[in-house]
Design a protein around this ligand. Structure first.
Ligand code: MN
Length: 132
């Protein structure tokens, strides 16, 4: 049996992190949470995630700079990275995509739609089974 897909969640806001964790764990995913860039790097290097959810405003670093770093780590070029942040300005979404993200989910998230939005970016399961 395939292990549940592992999602690395990089988010410094406790309330958001707990909400995203709750929704994704309830849907059967294994969540590794990182509140800052240091723990995100450590978690990424410890075990390659199947997907990264990345807040763009992190303490001391812009999310896109961390995305660039992750892209340079072993395995980092193939992992889907989704920016999760409030759209500050028109054109930000394009900036995130041009900066190495595969997709974008706007905050505040819609709890009922969040998991399926994330799943759009997960690589297909080779066994054909979904994590439940
Ligand atoms: Mn933040």
């Amino acid at each position: 049996m395939r292990h549940p897909e592992r999602i690395l969640l990089v988010e410094d806001n406790d309330q958001n992190r707990e909400l995203f964790e709750f929704l994704l764990e309830e849907a059967g995913y294994e969540i590794v949470s990182a509140p800052d860039a240091v723990s995100a790097r450590e978690a990424f290097n410890a075990e390659l995630p199947d997907l990264v959810l990345m807040d763009m405003s992190l303490p001391g670093i812009h999310g896109l700079d961390l995305v660039r770093e992750i892209r340079g780590l072993p395995g980092g070029s193939d992992v889907p990275v989704i920016a999760v942040t409030a759209l500050a300005m028109r054109g930000d979404k394009e900036k995130f995509l041009a900066g190495g993200c595969d997709g974008y989910i706007a905050k505040p998230i819609e709890p009922a739609a969040f998991v399926s939005e994330v799943e759009r970016f997960l690589p297909p399961d080779p066994s054909g089974a979904r994590a439940v």
